[in-house]
Design a protein around this ligand. Structure first.
Ligand SMILES: C[S@@+](CC[C@H](N)C(=O)[O-])C[C@H]1O[C@@H](n2cnc3c(N)ncnc32)[C@H](O)[C@@H]1O
Length: 279
């Protein structure tokens, strides 16, 4: 427990109500997001701090001139890691976005099936055709407020019960508006972790920071004028510390508002709640 940051039932209830309101406001906004259906490279620039150092040390030595350079180590890390899995029928999901462009950034047919989950499906008929050709499905659903049972049952049916190799989640604006209450975040991460195949990966944004934007100036702002630590970051740091102490086979690395979880061989199939881990 972090002194002064104890979560209570009342705080969680407040967060649930607030998150429902936020999602209702966002429901009919799918066409209005400035950042939408982003490329894999853009995602890479947000998650660069979560990558193992061997993938970023070259980049750190360079004076980077193009944000796309941040995308390369991200793609390479994911492809290298998942290529070592025994299963080649790979599946990937983006939670909080349509994922149509995103998964086209991987080598052709790297994933057998991909999926995007976001509040509304606003694709044109042509975009749906392209997605179908790419074995990509979009489900309209709310993974923060649920109803979780129906959403995950629909995902399971669409994936024919297959486990998932890669989960990406980078909502940007909504991540700033939603209350990242630790009980709510833990429930989501536990569910996603349980969906992963052995050797699977999660990259998730749990808090929005300027440095997640795909401009070099935005990246620099995180170094020149770093914002104060947020309560959610302290909760995540504490959670990661406890999880890794108990399960060293779960590799976790985080940066400001972003986290990578690698379910390495030997890691448990399900993630117990923090309370049980600490007992
Ligand atoms: C700013 S856009 C970002 C889209 C994409 N991830 C990207 O980086 O280009 C925000 C996305 O979050 C989705 N979103 C917001 N709240 C959500 C929720 N509760 N459940 C599912 N998706 C949500 C919206 O539907 C929208 O697609």
């Amino acid at each position: 427990m972090i002194p002064g940051l104890e979560n209570t039932f009342a705080k969680t209830k407040e967060a649930v109500v607030s998150n429902q309101e936020v999602s209702e406001r966002h429901e009919k906004k799918e066409h209005e997001w400035q950042v939408h259906d982003s490329s894999l490279e853009n995602f890479g620039s947000s998650f660069i701090k979560t990558l193992p150092s061997e993938y970023t040390e070259e980049l750190e030595k360079k004076i980077v001139t193009d944000i796309r350079e941040y995308g390369e180590p991200f793609v390479k890390y994911i492809e290298d890691t998942l290529s070592s899995s025994t299963n080649i029928d790979r599946v990937a999901i983006e939670f909080g976005g349509p994922g149509s462009n995103l998964f086209q950034g991987f080598q052709k047919d790297f994933f057998a099936q991909t999926m995007g989950v976001c509040l509304d499906d606003v694709r044109s008929r042509d975009e749906v055709t392209i997605d179908n050709q790419n074995h990509h499905t979009l489900l309209a659903g709310d993974f923060v407020n649920g109803p979780a049972k129906e959403l995950y049952a629909q995902i399971e049916r669409t994936l024919y019960g297959k486990k998932v190799d890669l989960i990406l989640s980078r909502m940007m604006g909504p991540a700033a508006a939603l209350d990242s209450n630790p009980a709510i975040m833990e429930r989501i991460i536990q569910k996603w972790y349980s969906m992963l195949n052995e050797n699977g990966l999660i990259f998730a944004q749990f808090e929005f920071f300027e440095e997640h934007k795909e401009h070099l100036e935005a990246q620099a702002s995180g170094i020149i004028d770093p914002p104060e630590l947020m309560a959610s970051e302290l909760h995540v740091a504490n959670w990661a510390h406890e999880v890794q102490k108990k399960f060293p086979e779960i590799e976790i690395q985080y940066g400001r508002g972003v986290i990578r979880i690698h379910k390495k061989p030997g890691a448990p199939d399900e993630l117990p709640p923090l309370k049980e881990i600490q007992e």
